[in-house]
Design a protein around this ligand. Structure first.
Ligand SMILES: Cc1ncc(C[n+]2csc(CCOP(=O)(O)OP(=O)(O)O)c2C)c(N)n1
Ligand SMILES: [Mg+2]
Length: 388
């Protein structure tokens, strides 16, 4: 006997067929103010807050210089930035413990490298194609990581680093290691099949992975309405995990939800999908003038700039914001000067590293100067030297 089909009303009726048009998409008013921060979040000291500001300013200042170097023709390939999104990589990475792993910072996440303490001069050398420890001048733009800092470099296929992060989290769980893997991706990466497979596996097996989706309204020129019917955070329930929407322009809010997600993962309760809502304020990369975005929309978001708003708050709390900016600029100038003085890699070494010769570098501990809400375990005592 053939059963009768039952028509269920579609809670998400199809979006009207029309050309992608970012003009009316993604107004800042659609982002919830995150006043209901998890009560478990540790209190940030004024020094923590100043560090958060310095890291965000560090990311923006570096990227502004990066765009300039690209336009001067000094940077091979292309340059990508996360102008306006600094609160997400900085706030999320700041909530991690030193043994946790980021797999991986993507094109909007320079701030996560800075939080982990990756050397700025090395990063600039990498971008300029100069000899460097991260990529030895063989790669450009965003494909780098410093495993010693617990940062895995990305591959471009989206969202494949999410799949790798879930595998790493599974290894941590099976080895009973108290650490999490955190992954970043944009909302555009939530459509391919690999995303659904990773979500399903992570949710089902309760892997200790913290999932940060940066919903910046656009994937290249495609607005979210032409990308999916249901926002990522709402989809999380289908995979057995909570989905949390957070104001991605509020660094302390991003910190708080990431901290809560990490605690949950460490308790063995599984992953959390954090959807951080923000706006991509620049083109996809420096080669893209983003003329498809309504300037009025950008203007509306500019009023919520994560750095300007936080600066105003901290100035009111007595932080010397000008001194923060001066420190950042001094470090950047020195790093750029050192990087520009570095030679290109020696062509004689072009085939070095093609084959594995050494043991892989173990994933180390980040040594970012954060303030102790995820305290590092004590260093193991040094083994006595033989013969002494
Ligand atoms: C499987 C795959 N298809 C296409 C691309 C090319 N690509 C690189 S970035 C990008 C847009 C990503 O949009 P989103 O995930 O929203 O991140 P955003 O750039 O907005 O931060 C695309 C399509 C890719 N890297 N991988
Ligand atoms: Mg996007």
């Amino acid at each position: 006997m053939i059963g009768r089909a039952v028509l269920v009303e579609d809670p998400h009726p199809p979006t009207p067929d029309r050309a992608p048009d970012a003009a009316s998409e993604h107004p800042p008013g659609a982002v919830p103010r995150t006043d209901d921060r998890p009560s478990t979040a540790p209190r940030l000291t004024l020094a923590d807050r100043e560090a958060l500001l310095e890291l965000m300013v560090g990311m923006r200042t570096f990227e502004e210089r990066g765009v300039a170097l690209y336009k001067q023709g000094r940077t091979p390939g292309s340059f990508y930035d996360g102008h306006g999104q600094e609160a997400i990589p900085v706030g999320a990475a700041f909530a991690l413990g030193p043994d946790d792993v980021i797999c991986s910072p993507l094109i909007r996440d320079m701030g996560a490298h800075l939080v982990r303490g990756t050397d700025l001069t090395e990063i600039i050398r990498h971008h300029l194609g100069r000899d460097n420890r991260l990529s030895r001048g063989r790669e450009g733009n965003v494909h780098f990581g410093d495993p010693r800092k617990g940062v895995v470099g990305m591959v471009s296929m989206l969202p494949d680093m999410f799949v790798v992060a879930v595998g790493m989290a599974m290894a941590f769980r099976l080895r009973r290691e108290r650490r999490v893997a955190l992954t970043f991706f944009g909302e555009g990466a939530t459509s391919p099949g690999a995303w659904h497979e990773a979500m399903n596996f992570a949710g089902l097996r309760k892997e200790p992975v913290v999932i940060v989706c940066e919903n910046n309204g656009l994937a290249y020129s495609t607005p979210t309405s032409a990308q999916f019917a249901v926002p990522p955070a709402e989809r999380a329930a289908a995979y057995g995990m909570p989905g949390v929407v957070v104001d991605g322009n509020d660094v302390e809010a991003v910190f708080a939800v990431t901290h809560a997600a990490r605690e949950r993962a460490l308790r063995g309760d599984g992953p959390t999908l954090i959807e951080a809502r923000t706006m991509r304020m620049h083109g996809h990369g420096s080669h893209d003038d983003a003329r498809y975005v309504d300037p009025a929309l950008l203007e509306a978001w500019r009023g919520r700039d994560p750095i300007a708003t936080y600066e105003a708050t901290l100035r009111g709390a007595g932080v010397d914001v000008d001194a923060v900016r001066a420190r950042v600029l001094e470090r950047l100038d020195a790093a750029v000067e050192a990087a520009l003085a570095t030679p290109l890699p020696d062509p004689a070494g072009a085939t070095d590293g093609l084959w594995a010769t050494d043991e892989p570098v173990p994933l180390g501990r980040g040594d970012a100067p954060w303030s102790g809400f995820a305290p590092a375990p004590p260093e193991p005592a040094a083994a006595p030297e033989a013969g002494r």
